[in-house]
Design a protein around this ligand. Structure first.
Ligand code: SAM
Length: 250
């Protein structure tokens, strides 16, 4: 029977985890990918510190699209009393459970599920909901944001790729019904990529413009919606506003 560390070494990882024996998990994207995770955790941490203070005892967190558990592990290590990660891919759930066992985090759990079928009636509500790197892989982003709102008691952090937006006015059926555009979506085809560990599960992806994302977040019931400032040394996509992290307060 192989040890937990041997099991971690026999798999391939999206995240570079430091293991208790001083080794790290082998990653399939090389070291370049680390910057995007580190920037996002840095931004997330400073937002949590600012809005919740340093005391996390008694607070719950949900990580939607938890992949191999990196952000859920960070939240559990940052003092949240209970953390749940949900991902559509069963293999990610088993990798996350392995890491959680290696770190001995018994207040951290994972389950397989599609974001679109999550139900606050069954799961309850969480103080903090994370939806990082998911929205732009979905064919129903508005429905997913409604679910985030239903599952959230206090603060929801959404991090996503965005597309350049259209603005202006349309004749909506006739020149007598002119409407302003509130934002727009770009369609991205991932239909050939659905086998990929980071990809969409259906292949049809609607990516919002920043205006669209902010407008929809307010419409689904968040009262205060703020785009978080990336740090000086941020990963290029966040630094150049191709991706954003947004804090949505209930
Ligand atoms: C780009 S990765 C982001 C992972 C992690 N949240 C992060 O930011 O590092 C996208 C993740 O979304 C998951 N995913 C894709 N479609 C999903 C869906 N409909 N419901 C839940 N998870 C989904 C994938 O399995 C993958 O783990």
């Amino acid at each position: 029977m192989s040890t937990l560390i041997e099991q971690a070494h026999s798999r391939e990882w999206f995240y570079s985890y430091d293991l208790p024996d001083g080794s790290t998990t082998p990653t399939y994207h090389g070291d370049d990918i680390k910057a995007i995770h580190n920037t996002r955790w840095q931004m997330l941490q400073s937002c949590l510190d600012e809005r919740l203070g340093k005391a996390r005892q008694g607070l719950t967190a949900l990580d939607l699209a938890s992949h191999q558990g990196w952000f859920a592990v960070k939240m559990a290590q940052a003092g949240f009393s209970s953390v749940l990660g949900i991902d559509a891919r069963e293999s990610h759930v088993s990798d996350s459970e392995l890491i959680s066992e290696i770190y001995g985090l018994d207040h951290l759990a994972f389950k397989q599920g599609d974001i679109h079928s999550q139900d606050a009636g069954q799961l309850g509500q969480f103080d903090v909901v994370l939806m990082l790197g998911l929205l732009y892989h979905l064919e129903n982003p508005v429905g997913a944001l409604r679910i985030c709102r239903a599952l959230c008691k206090n603060l929801c952090i959404i991090e996503t790729q965005i597309v350049p937006g259209l603005t202006g006015y349309v004749d909506y059926g006739s020149y007598q019904y002119v409407r302003p555009l509130k934002g727009s979506f770009g369609i991205i085809d991932e239909t050939e990529d659905t086998h990929g560990p980071e990809a969409s599960i259906t292949g049809i992806c609607l990516v919002p413009s920043l205006d669209a994302l902010l407008w929809i977040l307010r419409k689904v019931g968040f009262s205060d919606v703020t785009v978080l400032e990336p740090p000086e040394n941020a990963y290029e996509q966040l630094r150049h506003h191709k991706r954003v992290m947004v804090a949505a307060q209930v």
